[in-house]
Design a protein around this ligand. Sequence first.
Ligand code: GDP
Length: 197
Amino acid sequence: MNFNNVEFVKSGATMEGLPPASMPEIAFAGKSNVGKSSVINRILNRKNFARVGEAPGKTTHANYFNVDKKCYFVDLPGYGYAKVPMSEKQRWGRLMEAYFASGRITLGILIVDARHAPTNNDIVMADYFIQTGCPFIVVANKLDKLKKSVIESNLETIREDLDLPEGCPVIPFSAEKGTGRDELVRYIIAAVKSEKS
Ligand code: GDP
């Protein structure tokens, strides 16, 4: 799969606004500012493809990218930004519930902050994946900001707090340095291939 061959398709705030389900979908979820755009850019070898540093919580849209005509990358709206009005949070919740229930997700990628214990919203998001039986992996981003001595225990806390099913990988990652990119890419390629066969 050529990750350099990517184009923005559209962004939608409701299920009707999403493109027809025609390819495997790799869905990226994470709280605002966790580095979701940076992780996507790192996979795509781009600097500014998915927008970095957007006002947190500004959008409740899912952004669709066509990657090499083989799969969609779906940048789900970031969550957990306190200043978002309740009406917008509810809109976000409706889109998430409908999207997860749709069965469209080939592989979910839940991005958390490697430095901290997961937030309540992270736990809710992991539970969406678990309850819908959707295969997912966890990316522990911003690893470069972590002392080596605490990496193992932080990863363990993430696994425990999110109550991850056995076999659900937690990938130590740095969008900044590129750590973990190759491993994440392998999971994505394997998921896209298995969906086709
Ligand atoms: P998003 O809101 O989840 O899309 O987050 P962004 O990708 O916009 O990143 C939020 C901030 O975190 C930006 O200032 C990024 O430069 C920074 N950031 C993202 N990933 C990393 C990382 O792996 N290491 C470090 N040190 N900073 C990161």
